[in-house]
Write a protein that binds this ligand. Sequence first.
Ligand code: MSK
Length: 649
Amino acid sequence: MSDYRTIDPAATEILEAAKDRDISTQFDRYEAQQPQCKFGLTGICCKICIQGPCRVISSKKGADKGICGARDYTIVSRNVARYIAGGASAHSDHGRDIAHTLLSTAEGKAPDYRVRDSEKLHAVAKKVGVELDGRRDVDIAKDVAIKALTDFGKYTDEPCTWLDVNIDDERKKKFKTTRINTPAIDRSVVQLLHETHMGTDADPVNIIFGGLQAALADFTGMSISTDLSDILFGTPEPVKTSANLGVLRKSMVNLAIHGHNPVLSEMIVDVVDELQDEARKNGADGINLVGICCTGNEVLMRRGVPMATNFGSQELAIMTGALDAMVVDVQCIAPGIQEVCNCYHTLVISTVKFSKIPGSAHIEFDLANARESARQIVRLTIKNFGNRREDLMHIPAFKKDIIGGFSLEAMLDIFSKANPKRPIGVLSDAVQSGEIKGICAFAGCNNQKVEHDAAIIKIARELAKNDVFLVSTGCSAGAFSKFGMMSQEGVDLYAGPGLKKLIGRIQDASGVGLPLVFHMGSCVDNSRVQQLWHTLALDMGISVPELPFVATAPEATSEKAISIGSWMVAMGIPCHVGVMPPIDGSPLVFDLVTQVARDVFGGYFIFETDAEKAAAKLLQRLESRAWRLGVHRKAAEAYNTSANVLYES
Ligand code: MSK
């Protein structure tokens, strides 16, 4: 591990340059927090009522239960379930905001927005059962938005629309028999908070299943978010841009957009073009817009905005001394950024009523006057350019070219050049023929418990070498973009022979330069990843738990990462997590999510903190599924029977 616990060369350079200045970053605060409380680390600290905190020691008589009598398994499962409730709330509330924006647009209450992708609108409307014939786009959009908003609060018990239309019959049946179908997003989250309230549910299995229902609410919310964002802002297509702190420009006004929600940031992208002259009049060479975390991913995917950095190094963007403002919306914004700003001229501008940081500027985003809100923000940034201190400026020279914008639609379009009749066949045939071992999706954050970006890169290189097709979202995508793995460079350096052949074949047919890791978007765009495996399984005539498809979050951090992992498991995907979540205080809960889940859902968690071992475990899972697929297919063909549907052993 490097002295600075990051493998990112730009981050290392900034930390080194600032080492004699008294600036506290996430890297320092993690050290200062050591040792972290073992009760908290293993999940056996209960703070759900104010008799507590109760910290249980199963082996110690008298201390083996909380004051109310809750055992370790009840406490651990409740804590995990509440993480899922938090994650589902964040993702789905984001989705609600997008749905509200689409409705306001259709009703003429958000005059600065319009339906940019009519084709996607029609595709989504058809999928969710909204009438199309002879209707105007605004009317269709209104119905789609209302249908989406209905998924948040309907009072009937049938599954949410955005869940039901996105899964196959086998999963529908599975979710029905296990009673985890989510009938309404808000209801599932509220019910889970009720279920885990002191004195309600004490049964760990029941609580975990309640958690899975909320995890499916999380999936529903993020699917709404992706679909409706595409309708409003366009479905991503391949786009070239660059990544890492070297994207900041010394002579330009640098404005970073950080958080998750594209509603404001899309408007800022438009307004930046309009205000370039104002920046020049103010002594700059223009305005340079960059992204951080998932707001960054949203505008990278659709508008080619360069990515400055990911979650773990967000403060370091300010420490370049070249950032004139960081505009933030919701989620994953470290409050520590404001303290770093006290040493630099950077302005943090919060924009959402319920997401403020003491000391930062606040310009509340007004949907009805979106363009004007964006102008106000950009003008404030231009003004702040004059406050820069040359002596504090240090922009690392590191940046990499990347190609992003791989929505499923874009991928299928590219694949169609190689296989016009059955575009997804490009991937499924490669799996069935053994050319590639399967597919792995990288998701999740950075986590100070491990070296920044290290495990993400290491696991991916190992899988690529072994012919695994790679896709990514969120801050994992941020890591790949900084290391040349989202460009042809990554294919040349790290792809195994089968993977190289496959990517080369698609590239030759499509004429599109392809990366080693396909950027599928922000955290909510894990819905695109789910659509990829759903499409593959349908094409191959198998259920998802039989598909050689795995997921990994080598640096999972947020509650959202836990809820994403949970619905992936429920959908039938083996899901690796590289940081131990607080569950091993209960062997029962640990076994439940790593083993029992496999029997019930086909998906399960794999906890492994060693990157090399994690890659080996993921490969083993892919090989096992691919082998069973071949064996079962041949048996089905030989005996004219349907393939065995038992999940992997
Ligand atoms: S931003 S949830 S740190 S991926 Fe989506 Fe990154 Fe994780 Fe936030």
